[in-house]
Design a protein around this ligand. Sequence first.
Ligand code: KDO
Length: 333
Amino acid sequence: MRTLISRRTLLGAAAIAMTLGLMPAEAADPIQVRISTPAVETDWHAKMLTVFKDRLEELAPGQFAVEIHLNGTLFKQGTEPAAMQRGNLEMAMISAFDIAKQIPEWSIFTAGYLIRDPDHQAKVFGGDIGKEMYQRVQDEMGIKVLAAGYLGTRELNLRTDKEIKVPADLAGVKLRMPSSDTWLFLGKALGANPLPLAFGEVYTALQTGAIDAQDNPLPTVKAAKFYEVTKQVVMTNHLVDAIFLSMAGETWEKLDEAQQKAVLEAADAAVKYNNENRIKDEAELVTFLKEQGLKVYSPDVEAFRKTVQQAYLDSEWSKTWPEGMVDRINAVQ
Ligand code: KDO
């Protein structure tokens, strides 16, 4: 005799099995992770987000739905921390300058000529200093820093052709900086006349002469095609800059332990990819820029270092720096 099993019988049996713990419950919806950045598609710190996404999918299949939003299309540059804090954004790459707006002590990482090179940067953020300063971001801003990436060493890039040797040569030069007090302070400390402008507007402002100069690492000068609208790069090496891959605390807290581990591992893979490519690129881009017809040269870097360091020491910013932190950073080998 044939037994007829109806759909209802099957569903009923499945429900009983699930209640008894014999079958896994239906997989939960993937966790939405929107990442916002002003970075352009061809820049390494934009490409590293795809590495993050792919690695996370390998480590936690189907558990996360990562969306990457480039060119500041989802949130404007500098507004990402507030968006994460309001629960409107899950992830972003934020700068020390962004953090310093809410935790002034973080302005220590915006100071010119303090971090020596990418290796020093990795050791500072990978050690006790990083741990302490990240904890403050988590406690005071509700943002979890996942990993520090090397954004590059910032150089001056001008549309004018007057040679720049010492800070005094920048007097009256309209130098675009991103929009915040600490960014503008850096531009002033270099000797220029800083003007705030979002990253996405820099190319046109250089093209039209609304600004005379901008500062960014060489890989960004290439990726954003600033070399098309400028005549020279002055290798001031004024800031060994970092970018912090970060997650909204609310999102982070919702993850279970295994998911948190996967997110951290994917973030490490992403910054490793970025750092390797960026460091390699920086070594090769002087040739590329010269081929594009730009003058690339070193100014009197010691004169810049002295002027910039003194400006910070005399500033209100340095008064906020944690006691002994400059010495601790300098001591990291
Ligand atoms: C820039 O606006 O000059 C800057 O380099 C600042 C960084 O903190 C970061 O926002 C970066 O732009 C963007 O990711 C675009 O490369």
